[in-house]
Design a protein around this ligand. Structure first.
Ligand code: FE2
Ligand code: FE2
Length: 193
């Protein structure tokens, strides 16, 4: 349903399991960035009221996720670690050419967000199915459901605001490109690494 071309190596969960504290900090920043993306879409494209409304709701929901992860970190007796770069997101961005008209730029931002949600959803599903810690597995199951909804929403907006056939072609190319990136990932205790 997510359209991803390359599933994550299941051994990734074993790597994560050895360093839950590390993945929680990385995950917290993923949620913060998702909220920031929603806010930045409002600032860049205020002329789309439906998008603005959905992004208001999304920014709140993602900050809610951020709080949930932050609470987990505190409960484990830790504090949130320093911000770190998301190499996956940086590499994914290179797929999109610079420039283009406003609609093209909007479609690119929406497809980029849709794919990050899709891959996060896939990773959360693995965690929900395979983590030994039942409470944490259940936590990731709930988040997986949310991120699946976000993936569909971003893709729906891309198809609504762009030309359907062009958007579908770009999405397909992006999925292939992402599979290329993923070949070298799945070896670190980060949500996308
Ligand atoms: Fe989220
Ligand atoms: Fe999300």
């Amino acid at each position: 349903m997510l359209g991803l071309k390359l599933p994550t190596d299941p051994r990734w969960v074993n790597i994560v399991e050895k360093n839950i504290d590390e993945i929680l900090t990385d995950h917290a920043y993923c949620e913060q960035k998702a909220a920031s993306t929603a806010i930045s879409l409002i600032i860049s494209f205020p002329e789309y009221p439906e998008l603005v409304e959905e992004m208001i709701a999304l920014s709140r929901e993602e900050m809610g996720h951020f709080k949930m992860v932050h609470d987990k970190i505190l409960k484990r007796g830790n504090t949130l670690g320093r911000y770190r770069k998301d190499e996956y997101a940086i590499q994914l961005l290179k797929f999109f050419p610079k420039g283009g008209n406003r609609t093209t730029q909007l479609v690119h931002r929406l497809l980029y967000a849709a794919l990050i949600e899709a891959r996060s959803c896939e990773r959360f599903r693995l965690l929900s199915e395979q983590l030994q810690d039942n409470e944490l597995a259940d936590f990731y199951h709930k988040l997986m459901v949310s991120e699946a909804g976000h993936y569909s929403m971003f893709l729906k907006f891309a198809r609504k605001y762009g030309k359907r056939d062009e958007v579908d072609k770009k999405w397909e190319d992006l999925l292939k490109y992402e599979a290329g990136i993923m070949k070298n990932l799945g070896k670190k205790e980060t949500i996308h690494g």
